[in-house]
Design a protein around this ligand. Structure first.
Ligand SMILES: CC(C)(COP(=O)(O)OP(=O)(O)OC[C@H]1O[C@@H](n2cnc3c(N)ncnc32)[C@H](O)[C@@H]1OP(=O)(O)O)[C@@H](O)C(=O)NCCC(=O)NCCS
Length: 221
């Protein structure tokens, strides 16, 4: 999901919205109106707010966070435009972006994103980034489990893909840890700083996730 963050909002086809609307169940349509608040043991996931822009700038627009992802905005205004775009794309039914808010804080320190790779989200792609001061704290796995549940149980995804630059040790480690399966290498598939990088393609299937959950037990709280 190296390429997903911070894209512009061009090129949404009306036909996609029509197909989505036709396929949607009651459950699936609700998230298009507003994302639910998901509460974990360490973090809350909620819709981004414009007031998250300064925090997201401080957390995500750093060299170590942005090294292997599409370049984040470089100003508060740029993040405000990104946040407004996430709301429009969610309302259009194309995309979901949760802000990660650690318990005891008010603002987002990172994001989880899901975008459809086909109309109706049957195959979707997710991605994530957090401020480096929160790496290794358990915030990622806490949020990741809720986002994957949301994709499979609410959005209706059956195959969830992620792409991580092969050189991105933490990104690949995080995906392995959450139970994703490495399907292959996408050679020279991601342009970053003028260089084409190889990416690992990771996937989680809904049936595998549900089987693994029966071992983990119910959603962690
Ligand atoms: C991806 C990200 C959200 C993961 O959050 P995190 O808190 O760092 O993840 P965790 O620490 O829970 O898990 C990472 C795992 O990778 C392991 N890891 C760290 N560096 C590694 C390396 N160089 N090689 C292999 N594994 C590595 C960690 O040890 C950890 O596993 P463990 O908990 O079993 O020890 C965070 O690192 C981030 O925001 N990175 C920058 C943005 C980014 O690259 N996004 C991913 C795009 S696919």
């Amino acid at each position: 999901m190296e390429k997903m963050p911070f894209r512009d909002a061009e090129g949404v086809m009306d036909v996609t919205a029509v197909i989505n609307a036709a396929r949607a169940t009651t459950n699936e349509t609700n998230w298009r109106q507003a994302l639910p608040v998901l509460t974990g043991s360490m973090v809350t996931l909620r819709e981004l707010r414009l007031s998250d822009a300064p925090s997201l700038l401080a957390m995500l627009a750093t060299e170590e966070v942005a090294r292997f992802i599409s370049p984040p905005p470089t100003t508060v205004e740029g993040f405000e435009r990104f946040i407004a775009w996430t709301h429009r794309e969610r309302a259009a039914g194309n995309y979901v972006c949760f802000g990660i808010v650690p318990h005891g804080m008010d603002t987002a320190i990172g994001i989880f994103q899901i975008r459809q790779l086909e109309p109706g989200f049957g195959t979707a792609e997710w991605g994530f980034a957090m401020g480096s001061s929160f790496w290794g704290t358990g915030a990622f796995i806490d949020g990741a489990k809720m986002v994957v549940d949301f994709a499979f149980d609410v959005v209706g995804t059956h195959r969830l893909e992620a792409r991580a630059a092969v050189a991105n040790g933490r990104g690949n480690g995080a995906l392995r840890k959450v139970g994703a399966i490495q399907e292959g290498i996408l050679r020279k598939s991601f342009l970053r700083n003028g260089e084409y990088l190889d990416q690992t393609l990771w996937t989680i299937l809904d049936e595998d996730w549900r089987r693994a959950k029966s071992v983990w037990g119910p959603r962690i709280h």
